[in-house]
Design a protein around this ligand. Structure first.
Ligand SMILES: CC(C)(COP(=O)(O)OP(=O)(O)OC[C@H]1O[C@@H](n2cnc3c(N)ncnc32)[C@H](O)[C@@H]1OP(=O)(O)O)[C@@H](O)C(=O)NCCC(=O)NCCS
Length: 406
């Protein structure tokens, strides 16, 4: 049977290609949903796999910017990857990944990133696991702030969606520009993917999306999006506050927005996902042991053009380092690259480190060190002191944080 992979050419094709992953969620996108989806994922950024005339798989890219140490750069946000169960294990995913990465390369997007629902899938295509997430579930009875926390300041207001649409993006952008892992969000993204609150799409038992803005001297400085879910357990009603996203532009705003969330009366516990591993909440609460801290996987990063990816970053020292890269999927990256004064060039120097492109992706955002990757056998130190020099260069003050799954 002849299969073909090519970019979609119409909304109808986009809908069919998205239906492949939709199959696994029990979701068949309506025409209206496809139209909305196309506002954040342009039709031509969706590849479709065809069996004859029938679309049996899809793989898409959100064209956005992701902040890396040094600032935002363009990034291919890989998403909605799926092949119908009738066509699994015939190489269609591999063919879509091939076509997609060639397209990303031609467009000049230096790297790709994704969230993997199955971490065993993407390594073969050169994606490295680049960040961890923290999840908390804090019983409200243990939700006190630590002794010595500054007295309350400012004021929190609950706002309507229209006001949130005006205020939140500005606050988000301030945090985004300095936090590796954050994504740019278009107006449509805010509307459709953050603030839209279709009752039929709420998590089971969940109430509406609440929008809280923290203001200091009348100026917005932080916000929280959250829902309250009520469920019955052993004849008792339990209420769970689920934080969708909470940000402060500075230390005080972060403290105050979390103080607000932790103090909402009548809730039994407060749950938050996708927090960075260095979130200040760990130091704000009196009982870190009661956070029920769990670790999850985070972003996967794939340098598509190693030279451009390395040159896009800011580094913490001006020492020089040479990588010998192996990349069987994107052979144009293979060989030695010397990074000096923030610019990566092809090189004939002897390497300091030997590694697969995956390991470079894993270290890129500063979430994992070359030393720890080396202890796992993923990086080989080829010159004395190579690991320490690479880590001095790549060190970042902030853990990568992507507050949403895309
Ligand atoms: C995962 C999925 C996209 C794979 O598609 P596919 O067309 O069957 O994959 P391919 O035939 O191209 O397989 C390519 C390679 O990946 C491997 N592979 C495929 N699915 C895998 C999985 N879930 N876990 C581990 N390896 C997997 C194959 O064994 C094959 O390996 P090989 O090259 O060594 O032979 C498809 O099964 C699917 O849609 N699953 C449900 C949705 C999903 O998980 N999507 C990904 C969201 S992150």
């Amino acid at each position: 049977m002849a299969y073909r992979v090519r970019p979609c050419r119409s909304l109808d094709e986009l809908g069919q290609a998205a239906s492949a992953i939709g199959h696994y969620f029990g979701w068949v996108p309506t025409g209206e949903e496809v139209e909305r989806f196309s506002q954040v994922l342009p039709v031509e950024r969706m590849h479709a796999a065809f069996d004859g005339k029938e679309i049996v798989g899809g793989a898409g890219v959100f064209p956005f910017e992701m902040t890396i140490p040094g600032g935002p750069v363009s990034c291919a946000g890989v998403t909605v990857v799926g092949v119908l169960p009738t066509h699994r294990r015939r190489g269609l995913l591999s063919r879509m990944m091939r076509a997609q990465i060639d397209d990303i390369h031609e467009r000049g997007e230096p790297f790709a990133a994704l969230w993997a629902s199955e971490p065993t899938i993407y390594g073969r295509f050169g994606y490295g696991h680049a960040s961890l997430t923290h999840e908390i579930r804090l019983p409200r009875i243990w939700a006190a702030l630590r002794a010595g926390t500054p007295a309350r300041s400012g004021q929190v207001r609950l706002v309507e969606s229209d006001e949130a649409q005006k205020v939140l993006p500005r606050l988000y952008d301030r945090v985004r520009k300095e936090t590796p892992g954050f994504l740019s969000r278009s107006k449509a993204w805010w509307e459709l993917r953050r603030l839209r609150d279709d009752p039929s799409r709420r998590p089971p038992g969940s109430g509406p999306l609440n929008r809280a803005v923290f203001e200091i001297d009348g100026r917005p400085a932080g916000y929280a999006l959250y829902r309250i879910a009520q469920s019955e357990e052993d004849g008792h009603w339990k209420r769970n506050l689920r934080v969708v996203e909470a940000l402060g532009v500075d230390t005080r705003a972060t403290l105050e927005i979390w103080r607000f969330l932790l103090e909402v009366d009548w809730t039994d516990d407060i749950q938050a996902f996708l927090l960075p591993t260095d979130h200040s909440l760990m130091h704000l609460v009196a009982r870190v042991d009661r956070l029920d801290l769990r670790v999850g996987t985070g972003l996967w990063v794939r340098p598509v053009d190693v030279g451009a990816t390395l040159s896009a970053r800011r580094y913490r020292s001006d020492s020089r380092i040479t990588f010998e890269i192996r990349d069987s999927f994107c052979t144009w990256n293979e060989g030695a690259w010397t990074l000096a004064d923030g610019v990566a060039k092809r090189s004939s120097r002897r390497p300091d480190l030997r590694l697969d492109v995956q390991a470079l992706g894993a270290a890129y955002l500063g979430g994992f060190s070359f030393a720890e990757l080396s202890r796992a056998g993923l990086v080989e130190e080829a010159s004395r002191g190579g690991l320490a020099r690479a880590d001095a260069l790549f060190r970042s003050d902030r853990a990568p944080w992507c507050p949403e799954i895309f």
